[in-house]
Design a protein around this ligand. Structure first.
Ligand code: BES
Ligand code: MN
Ligand code: MN
Length: 479
């Protein structure tokens, strides 16, 4: 049963109204990682909850308790659980998405205000924080719901929703909720498959279906010594300097070519055989694509397969920042008393945070001992998540392939992603069902970056794709 033509024309006809709704969502700066904006994440939960209710979804806001962030005790934003349809002859699909976003300030280099959705008529871009990650995709589901609500046409499957507001900050509290609701009598009982729309095509032309995500282990390494910040004219070459120690330590983690220098980490991953390499060679991707989305000619290699493997099937280590360091304008001659380096490692099977943590801590302690410094070292693990790989021959993927073909007249690329959505594996394990990642945006959307955008056509065709996927699912599942 293909999606009704009326559904497709409805989505086209309502495009401007849908874009207006996206603008309303983007206007709420629901930044989970910034304590000052915690009330906005709550406001975003209320906004989304009201939208879902208006469209006939039976919802509840679930309190996830409190947590500590940067030493502050804060209430966690609620998760939204919802259901529409409970026809036992239909399949039940669990939809996940997150309504929190990354921080954004115009001064980071945005051309426009990040929380005012700008519709660039020339390029068709919808520019604003969260447009692609992940408010656009969530609103895609609202668009699908709205057609069925207004036309009073029942959905072809039962839908269960799980939307959270802490994804960008490690999905605090969500794993427990998912495990609880997956049990007998829970909201997720009877779920047949999961669909997550929280990633991107590989390039700007070919739709993708995604069957893998990397995991993550995030570290904070702190060097402290002096009782207070010191004058470098008075104390330079007189005391052990925390910043000097930290830079030495950070430089032992990863080579400029991307090799992870912590013993045992790269070695944990089996090498790709020729068959696996052929998969990467077959993807519609070029070095030009990576350099276009990075905005510079800086790819680690000219070989497409090796660059793709670096993102999809190898671990990576990135150094993110130094807390406590002098970082303002001017030329302050300070010796900072306490500095913390932040870095994370993206993990691939069979790596887990539990297996990696001891290797990292041991490496840092040994490297620090070699410095012969009298300063103090401490290492903290901030958050983590396991990698996930799914079976892409499953009917869940078959339905998404058919839907892609129907909407985009093109076969999708089958990809693994370099990013992480830690709850994905929790869904797969606690429900024991197949999980599909069905992206809406393109590879150059700039999630987490300045001028994040979603192309208008991806929002509209992507909404059609989500709906069409449900129809294809109903069809396949019956056979
Ligand atoms: N949507 C991303 C996940 C993602 C990133 C998928 C890149 C595909 C490609 C998600 O919102 C995200 O940013 N996740 C964080 C998770 C972390 C905070 C645990 C990430 O990957 O850094
Ligand atoms: Mn996301
Ligand atoms: Mn994100």
């Amino acid at each position: 049963m293909p999606a009704p033509t009326e559904f497709l024309t409805y989505i086209d006809a309502k495009a401007d109204i849908f874009i207006k709704r996206l603008a309303d969502a983007v206007a709420i700066p629901s930044i989970s990682g910034d304590a000052k904006h915690r009330n906005d994440v709550f406001a975003m939960a209320d906004w989304l909850n009201a939208q879902l209710r208006q469209l006939g979804v039976d919802t509840q806001l679930v309190d996830l308790g409190r947590h500590k962030m940067d030493g502050e005790d804060l209430p966690l934003p609620p998760a939204i659980l919802g259901r529409i349809g409970s026809d036992s002859s239909k399949k039940t699909v669990l939809i996940y998405g997150h309504f929190d976003v990354q921080p954004a300030n115009k001064s980071d280099g945005w051309d426009t205000d990040p929380f005012t959705l700008v519709v660039d008529e020339k390029t068709g871009r919808l520019i604003g924080r969260g447009s692609s990650d992940d408010k656009g995709p969530i609103l895609g589901w609202l668009n699908v719901l709205q057609y069925h609500h207004e036309s009073k046409l029942p959905l072809p499957v039962n839908l269960v929703f799980c939307f959270e507001g802490m994804e960008e900050s490690g999905s605090e509290g969500l794993d427990d909720l998912v495990r609880r609701e997956s049990k007998k009598g829970g909201c997720f009982e009877g779920v047949d498959c999961v669909c997550i729309s929280d990633n991107y095509w590989l390039n700007t032309r070919t739709p993708a279906l995604t069957y893998g995500l990397r995991g993550l282990s995030y570290y904070k390494v702190t060097i402290s010594g002096p009782a207070r910040d010191l004058h470098s004219g008075v104390f330079g070459r007189t005391v052990h300097e925390p910043m000097t120690d930290l830079i030495s330590l950070l430089s032992t983690l990863v080579s400029p070519q991307g090799d992870i220098l912590i013993k045992g980490v790269d070695d944990m991953v089996p090498r790709a055989d020729e068959e696996e390499k052929a998969i990467y060679a077959g993807l519609d991707y070029s070095i030009a694509d990576v350099e276009e989305s990075a905005g510079a000619s800086i790819a680690l290699s000219a070989d497409k397969v090796s660059v793709l493997m670096g993102r999809m099937r190898e671990p990576s280590l990135s150094i993110h920042g130094i807390e406590g360091a002098f970082s303002g304008a001017g030329a302050k001659t300070v010796i900072p008393a306490k500095v913390s380096g932040k870095f994370s490692i993206r993990l691939v099977p069979p790596q887990t945070p539990e297996a990696i943590d001891p290797l990292v801590i041991d490496h840092l302690e040994k490297a620090f001992a070699k410095l012969g410094s009298k300063n103090k070292l401490s290492v903290e693990n901030l958050h983590g998540g396991k990698p996930w790989v799914a079976d892409h021959r499953h009917w869940n993927f078959e339905a998404a392939k058919k839907a892609t073909k129907a909407v985009y007249k093109q076969d999708p690329d089958l990809t693994r992603e370099g990013g992480s959505i830690p709850v994905t594996l929790t869904f797969a394990e606690s429900l024991g069902v197949n999980v599909l990642l069905l992206p809406m945006g393109r590879g150059d959307d700039g999630a987490h970056s300045t001028n994040e955008k979603l192309d208008r056509s991806n929002f509209i065709e992507g909404s059609k794709l989500l709906g069409t996927y449900l129809y294809e699912l109903a069809d396949i599942a019956k056979n």
